[in-house]
Structure formats: structure tokens, C-alpha cells
Design a protein around this ligand. Structure first.
Ligand code: 13P
Length: 246
């Protein structure tokens, strides 16, 4: 399976940041892995235009479960698709925390994303207190069960394991801990969607940077990364793309 280097710009970037996209494409015109950037919604259309004809895919960071209607400030999966997106991040821990998103809501959003023809990048991950209490696998197993839509396939679903305590902190789990979680996720996915599970990309996210990318990508069942801070700079994200392409 092709690995996936995904970048989540979060609430960062205005038009001037698109120079980073040009620099990324100049340095990596034909990477061996898939490359995805998820900018703020305001930049999706412009980034999609800049990426047109290149290997770069563009995604949203959230969508509403409904296709249209009276939901002020929200964006539907159909609208993301129309703006040029191919993917959408769903259930990021920042949305689960800031907006009270539940597994059931994430699942409804994933259903909407798939119906609109988008790949759903579903995020799960334990808090530090949950890890310290030995509940990591129980928590992420429950999130996976509750967040995945029926009928998900390797072509419509990517799963991102992002330990909450590793996001933006510079701290990461040990390679053994990442390996334990990813092997568990592959197994749990098989129970949910059968043989298709073997081809679903399982991303690791949380303080991925050029200096730790290669060792994390060598862990079995790590099929790519979901990168926050280091995806904002072409040089850093490009180094992660290179590590995944090796
Ligand atoms: P950082 O790479 O900045 O730790 O963020 C990870 C993340 O939340 C990606 O979705």
C-alpha cells in the first residue's frame, strides 16, 4: 500500500502561506508516497488550484453531518468536495475537546464524507491520564468502534492514531508503544470491516518531525503520518515526505 504523508494546518495560514505549497511541490514533484495537506477551509480552493496536476491532495479539517441547511458557520462534505478537497479530517482531539464531538457525531460526519466522495481521516487517541491508568487500548478501541461508519473501505477510510498528550508537546510514545497500538488497531479493524482492514492506512500523529519520522515509519502497521506543526513549513514536511518515500 502507498504510504500517506498528511498535514493538518489547524487554524493556521492565510494566502501568503501558499508559497510553502509551491516550495513543497518544487522539492517533491512526484513523491513515492501520497501527500495530503488540510489547510483551513478558507484556503482549500486556492490550495487545490495550486496543487492541480501535481501529486498533492487537499483536504478539510471537519465537516457537518448534513449536506446542506440551516447550520450557520458549518461546512458540508459536499462543499469541501466542490472546493477541491479529496479528504476530510474527522474527530480530531481538538474538535472532540473544543466542540464536544462524540464518537456518534464523528461517525455521522464520516457517513456524510463518504457519501460526498471524500476519504474520511478518522482520528482517535487517549489522554495522558488514560494512558497512565492503563486504559489506552480500551479507549482507542471504543473510539474506533464508535466512530467508524458501516461499509468503510481502504478507499474511503484512513485512521489516525494521535495520543492527545503527544500533540504539539514534542513528546511521543516509545516505538514499542506505537507498535502496540497500531497492531491492536489493525486487529480491531479486521473485526469491524473484515479483510479490507489490511489495506486501510493507519497514520501516527503527535509531534512527528524530520528527526523522528524515519524511526516511527519503520514501526509495523504505521502507514504514514498526520503532522501538525511540522506540516506548516515545506522544508520540514518535505523531509517527512522523503522519510515516507524511502
Ligand atoms: P503536532 O504534529 O503539531 O504535534 O500535531 C499533531 C496533530 O494534531 C495532527 O493532527
Amino acid at each position: 500500500m502507498k504510504k500517506l504523508a498528511a498535514g493538518n494546518w489547524k487554524m493556521n495560514g492565510t494566502t501568503s502561506a501558499l508559497t510553502e505549497v509551491q516550495a513543497l511541490l518544487a522539492a517533491h514533484p512526484a513523491p513515492a508516497c501520497e501527500m495530503l495537506l488540510c489547510p483551513p477551509a478558507t484556503l482549500i480552493a486556492q490550495m487545490a488550484t495550486a496543487a492541480s496536476g501535481s501529486g498533492l491532495l487537499v483536504g478539510g479539517q471537519d465537516c457537518h453531518p448534513k449536506a446542506s441547511g440551516a447550520h450557520t458557520g458549518d461546512i458540508s462534505a459536499t462543499m469541501l468536495k466542490d472546493a477541491g478537497a479529496s479528504h476530510v479530517i474527522l474527530g480530531h482531539s481538538e474538535r472532540r475537546a473544543d466542540h464536544g464531538e462524540t464518537d456518534a457525531l464523528v461517525r455521522a460526519k464520516a457517513v456524510a464524507a463518504m457519501a460526498a466522495g471524500l476519504v474520511a481521516v478518522v482520528c482517535i487517541g487517549e489522554t495522558e491520564a488514560e494512558r497512565d491508568a492503563g486504559k489506552t487500548l480500551a479507549v482507542i478501541g471504543g473510539q474506533l468502534d464508535g466512530s467508524l461508519p458501516a461499509g468503510a473501505t481502504a478507499a474511503t477510510l484512513v485512521v489516525a492514531y494521535e495520543p492527545v498528550w503527544a500533540i504539539g508537546t514534542g513528546r511521543t510514545p516509545t516505538l514499542a508503544e506505537i507498535g502496540e497500538v497500531h497492531a491492536f488497531l489493525r486487529d480491531r479493524l479486521r473485526g469491524l470491516i473484515g479483510d479490507e482492514a489490511a489495506a486501510v492506512r493507519l497514520l501516527y500523529g503527535g509531534s512527528v518531525k524530520p528527526s523522528n519520522a524515519a524511526e516511527i515509519f519503520a514501526v509495523p502497521h504505521v502507514d504514514g503520518a498526520l503532522v501538525g506543526g511540522a506540516s506548516l513549513k515545506a522544508a520540514d514536511f518535505g523531509a517527512i515526505v522523503a522519510a515516507l518515500s524511502a
